[in-house]
Structures are given as structure tokens and as C-alpha cells.
Ligand binder design. Sequence first.
Ligand SMILES: Nc1nc2c(c(=O)[nH]1)N[C@H]1C(S)=C(S)[C@@H](COP(=O)(O)O)O[C@H]1N2
Ligand SMILES: [Mo]
Length: 334
Amino acid sequence: MLIKAPSDIRPSEITPESVYRQRRQLIKAMVGGGLLMAAGPALALERYELAEGQRRYPGPDWLQQKLRAARAGEPLEGEPLAPYRLITGHNNFYEFGLDKQDPKARAQGFVTDPWRVEIGGEVANAGSYHLEDLLKPHALEERIYRLRCVEGWSMVIPWIGFPLADLIKRVEPTGNARFVEFTTLHDPEQMPGQRGFFSTLQWPYVEGLRMDEAMHPLTLLAVGVYGDALPPQNGAPLRLVVPWKYGFKSIKSIVSIRFTEQMPKATWNQTAPHEYGFYANVNPAVDHPRWSQATERRLPSSLFSPNIIDTLPFNGYAEQVAHLYSGMDLRKWY
Ligand SMILES: Nc1nc2c(c(=O)[nH]1)N[C@H]1C(S)=C(S)[C@@H](COP(=O)(O)O)O[C@H]1N2
Ligand SMILES: [Mo]
């Protein structure tokens, strides 16, 4: 983002129509015919067949059981999913390098189980929790969301997770909690991007949301993608997904969730405040100082079929979230 111009997808990365798409048509036809209703809610896992040679990330057994029970999400009408190999092979995760291919190449040995998450700050139920315990009361569901990177590309991704709001209600923030601060693991041994010479940002990576944003039903804590566990390069074992904000708000591999009175010092905002705001709502009317935000490259895209589309206010979720910002000047609070 700060360091590099948006990199292009090599033509070799363009995958033909995935099996998923055909299955989706089938599922839609079934829904249309009322067939699925009789069969009960569809499960996310049943929708996916990966192309040959593609490896899944099953995750630990306890997670696998929960993933198998996840309800399938609503497809975005007219917006097909990005292929699995793009979602898991074109990543921003600077802890594992700056190139889009680095996280997949370098994160395979990343240990994500067992995993602990610290809940702290202005909250009644502070403590250090095993991820399994933290997740236990929450049923998982699939959410098919657009992800719009501030660099100007986007994808449609089928996440599996649960509303952050449900976790927040359980841990009981105090009346002083106005923001939620999230922190990624700091482990230079495992994360080459955090080591000495190649280090780029202030580590660990930190992000934050205002309490009402964190409580919004669209805000997701994700543990899976494409019917299975999150691969390390996508932020395993626990990452945030805030679909109406630029991708950098969706922090990966979370080890701490703190409730604060003060606005958290978010990494990109601190690094280049004139380029990356705290709010970072997707906004085609406010350009990045070095490039336009009016359009985006919807992946998969190629030289011959660039697939440039208009960027929508709040990434197409304005109807659900615009009210959170009524009265705010979105040019000032970018
Ligand atoms: N810890 C951490 N979280 C991160 C990043 C990162 O570099 N480190 N990159 C962000 C950016 S810029 C984007 S676009 C999304 C990309 O998520 P994906 O690789 O799963 O598509 O992750 C976000 N979360
Ligand atoms: Mo991004």
C-alpha cells in the first residue's frame, strides 16, 4: 500500500469458471423451486468442490465440527465468487512479506492451534481465552461479502464466522468502552516480515472500530472461508471482516481484543495519516492522495479483461451502514 503500487495479477492466475459457479446456479434453481426449503437450511460446506490439486485447510477437529454445521450464506446477485486459489493466493499480510504471493508461500508453517485470545480493557469478563472456548457458544454462518482493498482491487469472498456483536455482548464491556482495539500476533520467529531489515511497519499490526461499528450485524469474526478453515495466509485462526471498509481494517490472526475509551492507534492510520484514515469507509468520492478510488479491479481480472467496475459508497453496504455516520463529514473522517 504505502510501499508498492498495486501489483497486477499474472495471466496464469486467471482460473476458468469454477465448479462452484455451476453449483451455485444449481442451488439457485433449487431455491427457486422450493427444493431447499424442504431439505432445511443448506450447509456452507456442501456448496464447494475445489478444482483438482487444490488443497483444503481443514483446521483442528473442534473447528471442523463447527464449520460443518455452518449455514450457507446468501450469494451476491450477479457477483460471482473469486476462485479459491485467488482468495488464498493473492493476499495482503505484511507479516509474511510485501508481495501478494508471499503470504501463501511463507505462512504454511504458521502455528494457529492452540491459540489464545486476550480480552481486556473496559470489560467485565477480561481474561486469556483458548480460541476453542471463546468460540464454543457461537454457531457459525457463511457470509458472502465484497472485500475492497484500498489499493483498488476487490473480490467476492465466502467467509465463515459469527457476528463480533455476539462476542461483545458475552464479554460485557463497561460503560466506558467507546472503541474496540484488535492486535495481530507479534512473533518475528514465525513472521519474516516482522524481522529486522525487512521490517516495514510498526509491529504488531493494530486496528480498531468504534463500538457501534463493532456491534453492527455485518461485522464478522471469521474462522473459515470457502467452506473450510481459514488458511494461514488469510489470517488464521481468527480475523476480522468489516465489509464496508477498506480491507486493511480487516485485521488478521488476532491475539487481543481490548475495549478502550480512546480511539485505538491503528497501524496504517499511524503510519500515513494523510493517506489512511481511522474510519477507512469505502468511498468513491474521496481519492487516495496517490490514486483514484472511483473504480476498482474486480478479481479475477486480466490485461484483456480488466473487469473495472465502479466503486460503491460503503462498498455497496450503504443501506445498512450509512446511518452510523450521519452528520459526519466523510471527507474529513476518511
Ligand atoms: N495483520 C494484518 N492484517 C491484515 C493485513 C496485514 O498486512 N496484516 N493486510 C490487510 C489488507 S491491506 C487487506 S486488503 C486484507 C486482505 O485479506 P485477504 O488476504 O484475506 O484477502 O487483510 C488486511 N489485514
Ligand atoms: Mo488492502
